[in-house]
Design a protein around this ligand. Structure first.
Ligand code: HEC
Length: 397
């Protein structure tokens, strides 16, 4: 629908003027209105719309005004006080680099431990007030330690690993902390160093969790070193699995195999798509039954490093910031490198951010998966894979 403008020239000009000018006036309004509030209401009485208006206005202000203008500082501080325990505070702290908000950040981290606001709170805390983090090691703060573990930066690990190794965390948090640490290679490496000197029962418990995580990563040598501390695993008990000839004699159940393919233990769908399910870091397996026979399928699962195809070589990328990523390179030009990590996220960086880019000598696909699953599930899995792309793929009732 068109809006027709009045035909009389004067009126028409006035209309044009207002339609063009009005947006400008509206934009300028919040700032003007805000700066005019000379004596603001006591903090607890700020209405939600006032807070929202202020936040929008602050977002447009130059951050240095916080230092330069006492008025801005007062308004920001006042709004921050009202927002205690509201995650909108994070935006404010980040924008103005407020470094006196440790308590509020710790509270937000605790109350948002299960979502990304908790991670952001910890990130800001480590950046703006790292000393506040040091004290957490001794305190009863398993939740915060878990967030620090997830953060994974050097400063965070400095606090988490000693706390973990002193046995202060309860069992459930302990497992989650170890899991989070081991998702990053430096984390797993530093945990391993610490474990060397720690006590036996704890060593075993921590290693058990670390092994479970590392079995799904390509960091085989770290896995082997944790295994030396940990309990006996199927991998050390089941060496005959490598005997493919013997496996080929067994009849598998493709429906059971599908369940394993799609299960968390199998972890196949972390990197492969089949029948429209999964993430495509490795090759799409929707038609793999046409391409590979059962013997080659066993070989691909049990010895992934034997034949890595060019498109799927793994790379370790270390940035100057200390961040590490493992995955495949999806594009590389003079000005940018894009790497798809093990979580399927694409990380794009410029060459100047790169500290080291190293091609892995092993496959990205973990080598212990066959052993991890055990014989019967492995036979079912291969039965499923070999049905893919052939006429028997139709799901059976
Ligand atoms: C961490 C990622 C990852 C996981 C987990 C993973 N794979 Fe792979 N897989 C790859 C990559 C990358 C390749 C290609 C490079 C290579 O062959 O080593 C591959 C190759 C394969 C191939 C050969 C495909 C071809 O076209 O030649 C098969 C078959 C396979 N995977 C099956 C599985 C199964 C079954 C599972 C679960 C038990 C699994 N993969 C788990 C990453 C993974």
């Amino acid at each position: 629908m068109m809006i027709s403008l009045p035909k009389r020239p004067l009126l028409r000009r006035w209309c044009l003027l207002t339609t063009r000018l009005l947006p400008l006036v509206v934009c300028a309004l919040p700032f003007g209105a805000l700066m005019a509030t000379d004596s603001p209401a006591p903090p607890t009485q700020l209405s939600d719309s006032t807070i929202q208006l202020r936040l929008e206005t602050f977002a447009r202000l130059d951050a240095s005004l916080y230092q330069r203008s006492p008025k801005v500082k007062r308004l920001v501080d006042e709004t921050a006080a009202v927002l205690a325990n509201d995650s909108r505070l994070l935006v404010l702290i980040k924008h103005f680099g407020l470094n006196d908000q440790s308590e509020a950040l710790l509270a937000l981290a605790r109350s948002h431990a299960e979502d990304s606001d908790g991670d952001e709170a910890i990130r800001l805390l480590l950046k703006l007030n790292p000393e506040a983090v040091q004290g957490l090691a001794g305190a009863d703060s398993s939740t915060l330690l878990r967030l620090l573990a997830r953060n994974g930066s050097g400063a965070a690990l400095d606090v988490v690993i000693p706390a973990l190794l002193s046995g202060k965390t309860d069992d459930q948090n302990q497992a989650r902390i170890v899991e989070a640490i081991c998702r990053k290679k430096t984390g797993a490496q530093r945990l391993l160093q610490g474990l060397d000197e720690s006590k036996d029962p704890l060593k075993k418990k921590i290693s058990e969790v670390a092994i479970r995580v590392l079995e799904q990563t390509p960091w085989n040598e770290l896995l082997t070193r944790f295994r030396a501390f940990g309990p006996e695993t199927p991998a050390t008990k089941n060496p005959s699995l490598a005997d493919i000839q013997q496996l080929l004699q067994k009849e598998g159940n493709a429906d059971e195999g599908r369940k394993i393919f799609q299960s968390a233990t199998g972890s196949c769908i972390n990197c492969h798509v089949a029948e429209g399910v999964g993430r495509d870091l490795g090759p799409n397996l929707s038609e793999i039954g046409k391409k590979l026979g059962k013997d080659a399928l066993y070989d691909a699962i049990l010895n992934p490093t034997a034949g890595i195809s060019f498109d799927y070589e793994g790379w370790n990328l270390t940035l100057n910031s200390g961040d590490e990523h493992t995955g495949i390179i999806v594009s590389r030009t003079e000005n940018s490198i894009s790497l798809k990590n093990l979580l399927g996220q694409v990380i794009e960086v410029t060459p100047s951010e790169v500290f080291e880019l190293q091609k892995m000598t092993t496959s990205l696909m973990p080598s212990g998966l066959g052993q991890l699953l055990g014989e019967k599930p492995l036979v079912d899995l291969v039965a499923y894979l070999s049905s893919l792309g052939t006429s028997s793929t139709e799901p059976q009732p």
